[in-house]
Ligand binder design. Structure first.
Ligand SMILES: Cc1ncc(COP(=O)(O)O)c(C=O)c1O
Length: 390
């Protein structure tokens, strides 16, 4: 039997992605991988988790192994409601909802908002798994120009008027893949645009706390709460294996998201939620953020210094203030995908930037370089060798 005959139309958007093929080689012995997008395993707070395991079982007992409510574990919602105030987010516990990672919400938002052919605006380039999700629901993706200060508000407004999109997806801090952060001035403009045009913003902010220089900026949600679905995550400040994220959305949207989640996974891990609740309550989250910043900042600096020292003429790269990625752009005739096998032979892996664009044949001369999961020495050597190949 040919099973592929049975596939739904949307399955076409899920074809064995070329990027997965590319990343297969990353695990080879001796590979210096700047390709992944993962936190450093040594950042995981295993000692704290040991301690909190005992607290959780003692305090909550068998309830953390039971089915839970879709909206989320109430004590965690209450803690998050207080915790998120430093981001300018004013949401009572009843307005904070728990998801299975922020990816859980990224896939639920188009599920409830998109009909085949509806337009979604994204900054170009953007997070690959968001593109994949939006496309799987039949969305037509329109990319908006972005620079080192994030998406260009004037271009966004023109596109909102022209395409009448269902929503716009933005990553405000240390964007994946470029590392760009939307400036305060642009955030204010974006908030005005979405309010003036009755538009919805999906603000995906998993890297918020990984800031290594500059000032923390308020979320766009805090400037336009009635127009924003805000997504946060525990993956970069606790552990991605817990699969925990959260969202704050206008009431009507949140209640449909809850309803959709009932059909997807019913609720997010009760046990993880109880752990996360105690993690905030015990003040561990702030300590962990400081630890992660201390771990990643020198890695980012090592990457920027090595790029400065070794990269050939004609290449430029972003200088992020945080996050996990630097984005490099080569001369027009540079093809990052074509160079890849040679880089692999020399034990350096990266992600060709073309995968982060809404259309094929875009961004051929770009690449994403990750610095969170490799130590400084390896980063420096990998960039030196990559530069030689270039
Ligand atoms: C921009 C962006 N959004 C969402 C996610 C998914 O994060 P989570 O682990 O919370 O599902 C990632 C993961 O790398 C990401 O880069």
């Amino acid at each position: 039997m040919d099973c592929t005959e049975k596939f739904a139309k949307c399955t076409k958007t899920m074809e064995a992605s070329a990027i997965r093929e590319i990343l297969k080689v990353v695990g080879q012995p001796g590979m210096r991988s700047l390709a992944g997008g993962m936190p450093a395993p040594e950042s995981f707070p295993i000692d704290i988790i040991h301690k909190l395991n005992k607290v959780v079982i003692k305090k909550y007992g068998d309830s953390v192994f039971q089915y839970g409510i879709t909206e989320g574990f109430d004590p965690l919602r209450a803690e998050l409601s207080k915790h998120l105030r430093y981001r300018g987010i004013k949401a009572g516990p009843e307005s904070v909802y728990i998801s299975s990672g922020s990816q859980g919400s990224i896939d639920i938002v188009p599920k409830i908002l998109i009909d085949e052919g509806d337009v979604v605006l994204v900054e170009s380039p953007t997070y690959l798994a968001a593109l994949k999700s939006f496309k799987s629901y039949g969305a037509k993706i329109v990319g908006i120009k972005a620079d080192e200060n994030g998406v260009i508000p004037e271009d966004l407004e023109k596109a909102v008027i022209r395409y009448k999109p269902k929503f716009t997806y933005l990553i405000p801090n240390f964007q994946n893949p470029t590392g760009a952060t939307i400036t305060l001035e642009r955030r204010k403009k974006i908030a005005e645009i979405i309010k003036n045009h009755n538009h919805i913003l999906l603000e995906d902010d998993p890297y918020h706390d990984l800031r290594y220089s500059g000032e923390h900026l308020p979320t766009i949600q805090s400037m336009a709460p009635k127009n924003t679905i805000y997504l946060g995550s525990f993956s970069k400040v606790f552990a991605p294996g817990l699969r925990l994220g959260y969202y704050i959305a206008p009431k009507e949207i949140a209640s449909v998201m809850v309803s959709a989640k009932q059909a997807v996974d019913m609720f997010s891990s009760s046990y993880s939620q109880a752990l996360a609740c105690e993690y905030i309550l015990g003040g561990y989250i702030e300590k962990q953020i400081r630890k992660n910043v201390a771990l990643y900042k020198p890695r980012m600096q090592a990457m920027l210094q090595a790029l400065d020292k070794y990269m050939p003429e004609g290449y430029s790269w972003t200088k992020p203030e945080g996050g996990m990625f630097v984005w490099a752009t080569g001369p027009n005739d540079f093809d990052a995908k074509r160079l890849y096998p040679k880089a692999i032979k020399n034990k350096v892996a990266y992600v060709p930037g073309c995968f982060f664009y809404e259309k094929e044949n875009m961004g051929k001369n770009t690449m994403r370089l990750n610095f969170s999961n490799v130590d400084e020495k390896t980063i420096t050597e990998a960039i030196a060798d990559l530069s030689k190949i270039l």
